[in-house]
Design a protein around this ligand. Sequence first.
Ligand code: NAD
Length: 254
Amino acid sequence: MSSLRLADKVVLITGAAKGLGRGIAERFAKEGARLWLTDVDSTDGEATAHELDGEFRSHDVRDEASWEQLMAEIVEHAGRLDALVNNAGIFINHPVEETPVAEWQRVLDVNLTGVFLGCKHAVRTMTPQSRGSIINLSSVTGLRGQRGGAAYSASKGGVRLLTKSVALETAHRGIRCNSIHPGIIKTPILDPIFERADDPAALEQALAASLPIGYLGDPATDIGNAALYLASDESRYVTGTELVVDGGMTTGLP
Ligand code: NAD
């Protein structure tokens, strides 16, 4: 028997072209997962899938019809879906009084409705199998407010409780649903923040120094390992939990 922790498991990861989705895919590939990667960015998505020997499909998580098509295709080709990582997300930073409704809506559409659609269609696919693990990327901002992050925090707080509701409804069917709450992980989502800074290196140092652990997280090692635990059978008794991976950021007062 294989000692790989995801041997032969069929896993779908959204937003996998870069950043955390790519990092999770890299980690899962090392543990024998059969990867299905999706993203709206087909260029980087195809390249990532090619490197990791996975399938790539262009897919916007807001589009319900494409979720249906994707699930049907995975079941047809791979026979089942063992785990879904609802990772795709966007970050927009604006004070609440300057947030246009269209921007608020876009953040909620991608970050919350996209995750809802993933849960809905994964549950439909996993129910006849009587097994499956759904992993939703929330954030520390799903646990705490954030200046300039009204829409983002609202979306991530929504993901936190959506996850628990799905967990409650599906536990008896052998399906588990958990959320991951990353702190500051170095990915392209932070690019606009660094681009605006006069001295990006100094900003990175200051961010690192503000964390109890003293450094920013790494996509494949830190979030990849957390997702790996939740996708594997090692976490068979874990559902509805919120796994905080933040270097101590939300632990308490300094
Ligand atoms: P990223 O911007 O580096 O990558 C996000 C990926 O999602 C991109 O490849 C992008 O093309 C894709 N995407 C965007 N909109 C999409 C859509 N509508 N449909 C499908 N794909 C879409 O971001 P990241 O840092 O890798 O973040 C991944 C997830 O982790 C997000 O949900 C984010 O909110 C969350 N998160 C990240 C951090 C962090 O510090 N990096 C912290 C907390 C939570």
